[in-house]
Design a protein around this ligand. Structure first.
Ligand SMILES: *Cc1c(COP(=O)(O)O)cnc(C)c1O
Length: 367
């Protein structure tokens, strides 16, 4: 048996007719950028999240970059990010000329440890980007208190957390300005690149709308220096089709995750993912830890099971960030995760036999 890491074919097949109708509609409208489809998806997604405003943008990295820009963050400013995030979080900070300041995650939840944030706040700190990594909501309450105390902004990185909640509140509805990715492999993915910014502030929403469209409100009149960071009509219409199934897909992911939890408990030295009290998890990724990670992934690969590592090199050790002057050992928790984490196959239409095969093969490895 072969088990891919992710199978989008099964996700999309039942929706093929709806995708075709969406394509026909956009084609016959002859309107491809910033039109009805984008507006419709924005209002559907903001309803889903119970957030006042949603602005469709080109991708997740741009959603983060434009959020920082809208909050006037730039050269000389510092932005706190987790030391074990995907590189895009850091790149957004660099894109606006600010400096990422790394704070270690909790080793059990993989999410930024709120208790370690305050010691990294300086008079240059302008924002914190909590990343709801792997689909689990960050413990937000302490971060909100720190943000109030030091008058700094919160930008949630929700690229992996569509539908996850903290104390019942949707991720993407808590921070000042929040970023989603609709990269095809994300829990809600377009059929290409896409992203969104969400905010409860109408002022920020208006600024994002201007920034994503060259800094222009009225065509050819440019009030600020902007970008071209728009969500196109076709992707917006595909996203509207897929959004209707998101809750069902999330539920399927949770069922699969619970079965992994039950079956892999006490197998070898495996550390299962753990959820903070008050947080919910949408299992964008199901990540275990084991000291035998490389051997296990190789063994699974030989048996036809594909796994991935999120992420093999933490940002502070990436060549792109050599300018920050960090070395091995500077962020030991991020490094421990990079050396021991393994993401197992999990997607909404994974069937019981496929999952049984993964579980049995892991058990065989540890015997
Ligand atoms: C995917 C991802 C992004 C970037 O999104 P893109 O749409 O690929 O640009 C940012 N942050 C995190 C945590 C991600 O997983």
């Amino acid at each position: 048996m072969k088990v891919p890491f992710l199978n989008l074919e099964r996700l999309h097949k039942p929706l093929n007719d709806e995708f075709s109708r969406a394509l026909d509609q956009v084609l016959s409208s002859n309107w491809f950028v910033l039109g009805e489809q984008c507006g419709a998806f924005e209002s559907q997604f903001s309803k889903f999240l119970k957030v006042a405003n949603c602005i469709g943008v080109s991708n997740g990295l741009d959603a983060l970059t434009i959020s920082l820009k809208a909050l006037d963050i730039g050269t000389g400013d510092e932005v706190i990010v987790p030391s074990n995030t995907y590189i895009a979080t850091c790149l957004a900070v660099s894109n606006v000329g600010a400096t990422p300041v790394f704070v270690e995650p909790n080793h059990a939840t993989f999410n930024i440890d709120p208790k370690l944030i305050e010691q990294s706040i300086t008079n240059r700190t302008k924002a914190i980007i909590p990343v709801h990594l792997f689909g689990q909501a960050v413990e937000m309450t302490e971060i909100e208190q720190l943000a109030d105390k030091y008058a700094i902004s919160i930008i949630e990185d929700c690229a992996q957390s569509h539908g996850a909640t903290w104390l019942g509140k949707q991720t993407g509805s808590i921070g000042d300005c929040n970023a989603f990715s609709f990269y095809p492999g994300k829990n809600l993915g377009a059929l290409g690149d896409g992203g969104a910014v969400t905010t409860n502030s109408i002022e920020i929403a208006d600024k994002i709308k201007i920034l994503r469209n060259y800094g222009s409100e009225v065509k050819y009149y440019n009030s600020i220096k902007g970008f071209n960071m728009r969500l196109d009509e076709l992707q917006a219409s595909f996203l509207s089709v897929k959004l209707k199934s998101l809750n069902v897909w999330t539920e399927n992911r949770r069922v699969l995750a619970n079965r992994y939890n039950a079956e892999l408990n006490n197998v070898g030295d495996i550390v299962l993912p753990s959820i903070a009290t008050g947080a919910s998890h949408v299992y964008h990724l199901y990540v275990i830890k084991t000291k035998f990670r490389d051997a296990l992934s190789q063994f699974l690969n030989m048996q036809g099971i594909l796994t991935m590592i999120h992420y093999p090199i933490p940002p502070h050790l990436q060549k792109a960030y050599s300018e920050l002057g960090f070395a091995k050992g500077d962020f030991p928790i991020a490094e421990e995760i990079a050396n021991t984490a393994l993401s197992l196959p999990l997607w909404p239409h994974m069937n019981t036999e496929e999952q049984s095969y993964v579980i049995d093969t892991i058990k065989t490895f540890f015997q």
